[in-house]
Design a protein around this ligand. Structure first.
Ligand SMILES: Nc1ncnc2c1ncn2[C@@H]1O[C@H](COP(=O)(O)OP(=O)(O)OP(=O)(O)O)[C@@H](O)[C@H]1O
Length: 953
């Protein structure tokens, strides 16, 4: 191969770093050549023999620019001492000559043909990777599961149903209220991931109780690759001291505790000033509210919620502070809809009717029912409107009504009932949870408690040990029972929950110091770090604590499902708190039946509670959806009994409670709960969504794609296990780094099941930062957009040139508009020969791939240089032909936008007539969105994305 000839003053461009712009040869000494790159003010020295450089020579007819802004149309070219001089006319028609040294260095050859003519011919493999990347990207962006693939989670239908429903709305404001432990954090993570991945949200603030800050941090990172920054007082002070300004602006994804956010007005103001796209509030039942007075934290969140477009509230016990509190949280989500508490209370009376209607529509003989019972159609008309029902009426005799009935059901659920903002799945609905078993341990009440238990203070009678120093540990039989129980179950991890921190502290000390039990404690008096350490000590597999003793704060949000023994050292008064406690173990991931152990004193207040929870509302074995309502109703009688035990009265209370529980459960099942269930997870769409995700997550396809990426980007791979590998940045990578691949490498797998059991491994999906970042690098830069090969194709005479050109839709709209939804899968492949023949339908891509032979870079460059006029002509032909399809593509896109967004607007307007549950803002946003989408569609056109020249031999 001939050595390239370098002369000072010549212009060359780097094949691997085209962003450097045009380089100028400064000097050649022996075997090396030095170039200056004025655009970036950098110098590079290369070995002459293999410098990755291409000589830049503009042909006659091209237009070039100088550093001083002159534009020259080249009419003649001359060479002197190895350097070129261009003659031509400038933009004012003046003739002039300029040396190549004067050319503007900021030139970038990014268009495929420009790069090709500048001698930048990529490897065939790179070209193929680019073509495939575009195809994968298009398919992925149009997938229903777009944005929902990146989670390291099991594919649970109820979660994906909610996430897809919420993410597809123009405004995300919902209450995620699944029962305890059903995965609300994961649902919120899926929604956040979708919004962030699609660019619809950039700034997210998560607000959680103190005790859950770290758990959220870890869950978001581990499950969704979302890196949140924790803000706490220490970090705030550090940021402020470093002059970093508003600490809430120090990161896009911020996580903080409710007490931190609301504890200081200044801080709250800073959070308001920072501005967010999405606010997430966990354990939202803490935001106390009544018609008379709202709590400080409620007000603080309310002002943030008003200033933030998206709002996700999470609570498993929405009615823990009563129905008013529930109303108040719905009011945060949609103040226009939920403005009147009384009206909200009255609405419940409609649920049963709606639910009945749905049930009748779901019946197998629905046609007969509709035909024979005119009041059914009338009722439907009342709720859905005459126009909406007209098609159903018309088809009733013998038409196909399956879809019309399904639409009617969907509309009823959508427009009436419990509404769009509330999602609540139950264990019964989700299924597959282990059983819960209750073990009672009656003990004899110690003498010392006799006085305390007749106190008039409820708190005192429920926690009699509170009135004593630590000496109660010596004679309270619950302590001895606990020690004995733990001794007998040394191999079992056990969670102990009690109400008070002092009780927890004392118990832990006793077990650790005097009984030799490996114990940890978790209470509100400890720092966050201490609490997380304690939880980790309990969770560890080796050398860990057998028992964790928590005060009530440990009963919320934490994940302890690796244990299945729960000791309730005392019982809380509120059934929702009891459910929260049991929910620490009875949650997704629990593999055993949950064993609940309750030591109690016979005929004591705790015995009353135990009986009421167990025999009255059956709250140990399952969550009672009427629990809160029953508690509200029977609390006075219950309190009376707690303060003054009476066996007969207890029996009466239990009978009354059971009776009322049956009634309420029947009502709820027929009304609210049935509607919630239908709205929160519709089995068919949920199953379809899981299919989409599973289909889009097929690991083989991704693995073979990434194999090529690693190969071309010089990533070092080592096998780690049968389905896993270790990846490291290699020494010869063409880019400085790959997103998502740190210096010290990662262990990764494409297998979901493996990723779920091995947290140390990264789960590579189409949405993992390493994958999506690589795809962006390939598709948005110049990577692989030119190639040249030779081939034998007998019918074509040797010397024939073929152009294989790939066009993709060019759309520079903001990502948030998700234009791909409307644009369809548009890429165009055209093949021309140098005689102007269109061979697109004759010579397939795979055909060329099969026959293609490699051509060395220098040969390719010289071929291109010689054939430049023919290639330019073929490119022009292809571009002209592609341009004829632009308007058709735009037409289709407009139609699709109208179909998707326009129909949604019409539907929302119709809904708003009968259901105030629709916010005006949502409709206005949709209209605005449609306008923006249409304006962007007008600018869409097919653009040459990559080309390959094939020379027939
Ligand atoms: N799809 C999933 N795949 C794997 N694990 C999951 C999935 N969903 C939830 N989990 C796990 O189940 C447990 C409960 O989930 P999560 O904490 O999201 O529930 P929650 O409804 O927020 O609970 P709580 O009501 O106690 O706040 C967690 O350990 C979580 O990591």
């Amino acid at each position: 191969m001939s050595r390239p000839q370098f002369s000072p003053g010549q212009r060359w461009i780097s094949n691997t770093e085209s962003e450097l712009g045009l380089g100028v040869v400064v000097e050649q000494t022996g075997r090396s050549v030095t170039l200056n790159f004025p655009a970036v003010e950098e110098q590079r020295t290369y070995a002459v023999t293999n410098a990755p450089l291409s000589r830049v020579e503009y042909p006659v007819g091209d237009k070039v620019r100088t550093t001083s802004g002159i534009e020259l149309q080249i009419t003649e070219r001359q060479e002197l001492n190895g350097c070129l001089f261009y003659h031509g006319t400038d933009q004012h028609g003046e003739s002039l000559t300029l040396a190549e040294l004067e050319l503007d260095s900021r030139v970038r050859f990014s268009k495929p043909q420009d790069r090709l003519f500048a001698g930048q011919v990529d490897k065939n493999n790179a070209f193929l990777l680019r073509v495939d990347t575009q195809e994968h990207l298009q398919r992925h962006r149009q997938s229903e599961a777009y944005g929902l693939l990146g989670g390291r989670v099991q594919l649970l239908p109820h979660q994906y149903f909610i996430a897809s429903q919420v993410a597809r709305r123009p405004v995300q404001r919902v209450l995620l209220a699944d029962e305890v432990g059903l995965g609300k954090t994961v649902e919120a993570g899926l929604i956040m991931h979708q919004l962030l991945f699609s660019g619809r949200a950039q700034r997210v603030l998560i607000v959680v109780p103190d005790s859950l800050v770290h758990q959220w941090l870890v869950e978001m990172l581990r499950r969704f690759n979302l890196r949140f920054s924790i803000l706490d007082p220490l970090r705030c002070v550090a940021l402020e001291a470093a002059g970093e300004g508003n600490p809430f602006e120090s990161a896009q994804l911020v996580l903080c505790s409710l007490s931190f956010l609301t504890g200081d007005d200044e801080r709250h103001r800073a959070a308001m000033d920072a501005g967010w796209d999405l606010l997430v509030v966990d354990e939202a039942h803490h935001l106390g509210w009544s018609e008379e007075a709202a709590s400080h934290s409620y007000n603080a969140i309310e002002s943030l919620a008003k200033a933030t477009p998206g709002l996700l509230l999470l609570t498993a016990t929405p009615e823990q502070l009563g129905q008013d509190g529930h109303f108040a949280r719905l009011r945060l989500l949609d103040p226009d809809r939920y403005h009147d508490l009384q009206a909200f209370r009255d609405e419940e009376s409609e649920y049963r009717t709606i639910s009945n209607l749905v049930q009748r529509l779901q019946a197998e003989d629905v046609r007969d029912q509709l035909r024979d019972a005119p009041e059914l159609l009338a009722s439907l008309e009342h709720y859905l409107g005459e126009t909406a029902l007209a098609p159903l009426r018309a088809e009733l005799e013998d038409g196909d009504i399956v879809h019309l009935v399904a639409d009617a059901i969907a509309s009823l659920l959508d427009r009436h009932g419990t509404g769009r903002v509330l999602f609540r799945n139950t264990r019964e609905g989700v299924q597959g949870f282990p059983k819960r078993e209750l073990y009672r341990y009656p003990l004899v009440q110690p003498e010392a408690y006799a006085d305390v238990l007749v106190d008039t203070n409820l708190d005192a009678v429920l926690h009699p040990e509170a009135g004593f120093d630590d000496d109660w540990l010596d004679w309270d039989p619950r302590v001895e029972w606990l020690c004995e129980w733990l001794r007998e179950h040394r191999a079992d991890k056990t969670l102990v929950i009690c109400a008070r921190k002092n009780t927890a502290r004392a118990l832990e000390k006793q077990l650790r110091l005097f009984e030799g039990v490996k114990a940890a404690v978790f209470h509100e008096g400890m720092s966050l770090l201490e609490r997380d350490r304690a939880a980790a000590y309990f969770a560890d597999e080796d050398d860990s604590a057998q028992v964790l003793i928590c005060s009530e704060i440990g009963s919320e949000g934490r994940n302890f499902q690796f244990a299945h023994h729960l000791v309730l050292f005392d019982l809380p008064l509120n059934p929702d708190l009891l459910e929260q406690r049991i929910g620490r173990l009875d949650r997704i991931g629990q593999r055993n039946d949950v064993q609940i152990h309750v030591p109690y004193f016979e005929q004591s207040p705790q015995a009353v509670l135990l009986n009421w929870f167990d025999l009255g509302i059956n709250a140990f074995k399952r969550n009672n959806p009427a629990g809160q309502a029953l508690f509200q109703q029977f609390a006075p009688a219950l309190r009376e009994l707690l303060l003054c035990y009476d066996d007969a009265q207890l029996q009466q209370l239990l009978d009354d409670t059971r009776h009322r529980a049956d009634e309420l459960l029947e009502q709820l099942q027929a009304g609210r709960d049935r509607l919630l269930e239908l709205n929160s997870c519709q089995p068919e769409p949920a199953a379809r969504m899981i299919e989409h995700v599973a289909e889009a997550s097929r690991s083989l396809e991704l693995a073979s794609y990434m194999e090529r990426v690693f190969d071309l980007f010089g990533v070092e791979q080592q096998t780690h296990g049968p389905d896993s590998m270790v990846l490291h940045p290699g020494n010869h990578m063409p880019v400085s780094s790959l997103p998502g691949l740190p210096e010290d490498g990662i262990t990764a797998t494409f297998q979901r099941t493996l990723a779920l059991s091995r947290e140390d491994m990264q789960f590579l999906t189409w949405e993992h930062p390493l994958v999506s970042g690589s795809m962006e690098l390939v598709s948005e830069g110049e990577f692989g957009n030119t190639a040249l090969c030779s081939l034998k194709l007998p019918p074509l005479p040797p010397g024939t040139l073929l152009l294989e050109a790939f066009f993709t839709l060019r759309c520079t709209a903001p990502r948030a508009l998700q234009m791909q939804r409307y644009l369809g899968q548009h890429s165009v492949r055209l093949v021309f020969d140098n005689n102007g023949n269109n061979l697109s339908g004759i010579i397939a891509h795979g055909h060329i791939n099969k026959l293609a032979e490699r051509v060395g870079r220098r040969t390719a460059q010289s071929l291109v240089s010689h054939a430049r006029p023919q290639i330019a002509e073929m490119v022009e032909r292809a571009e002209t032909l592609a341009a004829t399809q632009d308007e058709q593509v735009r037409e289709q896109a407009r139609a699709r936008a109208d179909e998707l967004l326009g129909a949604e607007i019409v539907r929302m307007r119709a809904l708003a007539q009968v259901n105030p549950n629709i916010r005006d803002e949502e409709i206005a946003l949709l209209e605005q969105q449609l306008e923006q989408v249409r304006a962007q569609i007008d600018l869409v056109h097919l653009e040459l994305d990559a080309l390959r020249i094939a020379v027939v031999e």
